[in-house]
Ligand binder design. Structure first.
Ligand code: ATP
Length: 229
């Protein structure tokens, strides 16, 4: 299935980006290429509601600046401070309502990794999300088999009319599409990178070089007590 009206759609890629790494960038590039998206807006989450308290999260403004550095050289990438500037927990539903209004008549394509998509039932107003945006679900490496329906909690499956292959479908109410986008990607995670920093090991070639230098300068992740939301 090709993504209908992709030319009139804008990628919205939310994440903690703690810190942003080459896996995020490569994934966004592949999804944009596959769906023909001319714009992908990265949206760093200020206070991610689903990340546990025990996790060390660098200050939101700092993560935002790192994303800004990371996307600077790609003409179709940009970063939006919408969640950094908003008070309270960073609910995607609130962000999508606002971005949808701002981007109209273009419709947001919410770009999300398979692992995060599997958790979507725990987000605020999960059913409303499908009414606000198209969904591109990236198969994050290491690759997993499966169908979109199997990744959704049971009570949400009826929202979507799935195609026979189980890899795409349409939201029954809004007609927004949802599709799995198979990417080659890079098997790298922010938690793995934080771990390496804690252990004093190299993160070179996992992070964009300007980001690596800034992360190092910031002292984040070296000492848990230093990194505060
Ligand atoms: P952590 O390891 O701390 O959980 P993360 O690397 O998963 O962090 P997030 O900022 O939580 O990074 O991820 C934002 C989004 O990017 C999520 O939808 C996640 O699935 C996706 N993602 C993260 N890393 C990759 C990757 N290497 N390839 C594809 N998608 C990724």
């Amino acid at each position: 299935m090709t993504a209908p009206d992709a030319g009139n759609a804008v990628g919205v890629y939310g994440g903690t980006f703690n810190p942003i790494h080459l896996g995020h960038l490569r994934a966004a590039e592949e999804v944009a290429e596959c769906l023909g998206l001319e714009r992908v807006i990265f949206v760093p989450s200020a206070r991610p509601p689903h990340k546990s308290d025990g996790e060390e999260i660098a200050p939101a403004q700092q993560r935002f600046e790192w994303v800004k550095l990371a996307v600077a050289s790609n003409p179709r990438f940009e970063v939006d401070p919408i969640e950094v500037e908003r008070e309270g927990p960073s609910y995607s539903v609130t962000t999508l309502v606002e971005l949808r209004r701002r981007l109209a008549p273009a419709v947001p394509v919410f770009i999300i990794g398979h692992d995060a998509f599997c958790e979507i039932g725990t987000w605020r107003e999960p059913k409303a999300l499908f009414a606000l945006a198209h969904f591109a679900v990236m198969t994050r490496p290491p690759e997993r088999d499966g169908r979109l329906a199997a990744w959704l909690p049971e009570y949400m499956r009826d929202e979507i009319e799935f195609d026979e292959d189980g890899l795409s479908g349409r939201h029954r109410v809004s007609d927004h599409w949802i599709r799995a986008v198979k990417i080659r990607g890079l098997d790298v995670s922010a938690s793995g990178i934080r771990q390496r920093i804690r252990e004093g090991r190299s993160t070179r070639y996992w992070l964009p070089e300007p980001v690596r230098r800034e992360v190092e300068k910031s002292g984040c992740y070296r000492d848990r007590a230093e990194a505060r939301p």
